[in-house]
Design a protein around this ligand. Structure first.
Ligand code: PLP
Length: 409
């Protein structure tokens, strides 16, 4: 994968954004054309653009893309082209990547525990927004920015995360009790202060944002503190089989109403979507290397792009492409998957329902993996693929059978 030269401005064509990526008309053509020994990672530019449009037009504040979900340069550039101008970064390398690639982007360093080098580097690169959840982190930010006052400081608060498939509250975040003291100190240091939280990833309940906002508002009123910015974080979901959330606009409406009810109607508002911007825009095609009864041995697994299929045990929309073009059986069997590494943790219980007669050499296109898929790969045992191809349409063609068809893709 070649990192493209930096570019700036809104005049980025889709061809510029996808420069260096091979382009195919369908998932089937990509599999045949790549003829790869490794998994084939696919990007669907139209789906990325549609998700960006949904946030940019539906959410009333600014949408920061959470780069960790998929930091591929083509993804960053397509989002920029679609109008995303602010990016949530979590590490020195993410700061470096986005500031090199998109010099006009506004970066928010939203990891609440940063290294001193990372803070210094980020400030030097023009980053002016930092999150924190302790006095120690405020001390680090003060020291490493040379006591800068041209910064925004966001207090990360712990919230419940009850409605989320992935709770994110256990590691970071100050309590509501700790918040007033931390915010008063931040107020003395910064140009703007804000609060941020994360209701947990793949949050299935729009009301979770309201619950968090109500608590933040009560804390601020009790302490007599006002905010310049409120950041409702990420957590916006996408549909997976068995996890079909309400429409995104229901989330936006719930947040907008809660902001108004909680006294934040005139407060600058941010959100930090990762999964919801990129998940539907990516897929990984994996090959069946062996079938043993109802077990399929694949060329990618939990150490690759399929962590979410193995560890939290999620289901994904899938399609099958037979390399020999044969017609697949209509009956389905529930399969267990094994990844290619020698580690016995590299297994995905499923059951994943696929045609009864799937066999060695067939490809399974596992969809909605544009977030936390490609980026989660390790190099363990030599099984990985850094190549991403752009695909015009996921629609079935040339022997690819969508199987089963649990939700619209
Ligand atoms: C601080 C922060 N913001 C945003 C995100 C993106 O979350 P999601 O992909 O659930 O939208 C994460 C994910 O871990 C995060 O830690």
């Amino acid at each position: 994968m070649k990192i493209l030269e930096a570019f700036q401005g809104t005049d980025v064509s889709r061809a510029d954004a996808l420069e260096g990526l091979k382009f195919y008309g369908s998932a089937a053509r990509a599999i045949d054309g790549e003829d790869s020994n490794d998994a084939v990672h696919m990007l669907f530019p139209e789906k990325l653009e549609a998700a960006a449009h949904e946030f940019l037009t539906g959410f009333r504040g600014a949408s920061l893309y959470a780069v960790k979900a998929n930091p591929h340069p083509a993804v960053l550039k397509l989002l920029w082209r679609a109008g995303v101008r602010r990016f949530d970064v979590a590490s020195l390398r993410e700061v470096e990547l986005v500031s090199d690639l998109l010099p006009g982007a506004e970066l928010y360093f939203m990891h609440p525990v940063k290294s001193r080098q990372a803070i210094r580097f980020a400030y030097g690169r023009g980053v002016r927004a930092f999150s924190f959840d302790s006095m120690d982190e405020l001390n680090k930010i003060e020291a490493e920015t040379g006591g800068a006052s041209d910064i925004s400081l966001f207090l990360r608060l712990q919230v419940e995360g009850g409605g989320a498939a992935y709770a994110l509250g256990g590691k970071f975040g100050a309590t509501l009790m700790e918040a007033p003291l931390l915010l008063s100190r931040a107020r003395r240091m910064a140009q703007k202060i804000g609060v941020c939280f994360h209701v947990g990833s793949q949050c299935m309940q729009p009301g979770a944002y309201r619950e968090a906002l109500v608590k933040v508002s009560a804390m601020l009123q009790g302490a007599g503190i006002s905010l310049d910015v409120i950041d409702v974080g990420g957590g916006f979901p996408v549909p997976y089989p068995g996890m079909e959330p309400p429409a995104m606009q229901v989330y936006f409406d719930a947040i907008h109403t809660a902001l108004d009810d909680c006294g934040f109607a005139d407060t600058e508002t941010l959100c930090e979507p990762g999964r919801a911007l990129v998940a539907k825009a990516g897929a990984v095609a994996v090959r069946v290397e062996m079938r043993r009864g109802d077990d399929l041995y694949l060329n990618d697994g939990t150490y690759g792009a399929l962590f979410d299929a193995g560890v939290p045990g999620w289901q994904f929309p899938m399609a099958v492409h037979t390399a020999d073009g044969r017609k697949l059986a209509l009956g389905q069997t529930g399969f267990r998957f094994f990844g290619p590494t020698c580690d016995s943790c590299d297994k995905m219980e499923g059951p994943f329902f696929l045609p009864d007669d799937i066999e060695e050499g067939d490809w399974i296109v596992i969809q909605h993996l544009g977030a936390y898929g490609f980026t989660m790969q390790t190099r363990f045992n030599g099984f990985y693929s850094e190549d991403l191809v752009a695909v015009e349409d996921i629609a079935a063609s040339n022997g690819t059978v969508m199987f089963p068809v649990p939700i619209a893709v």
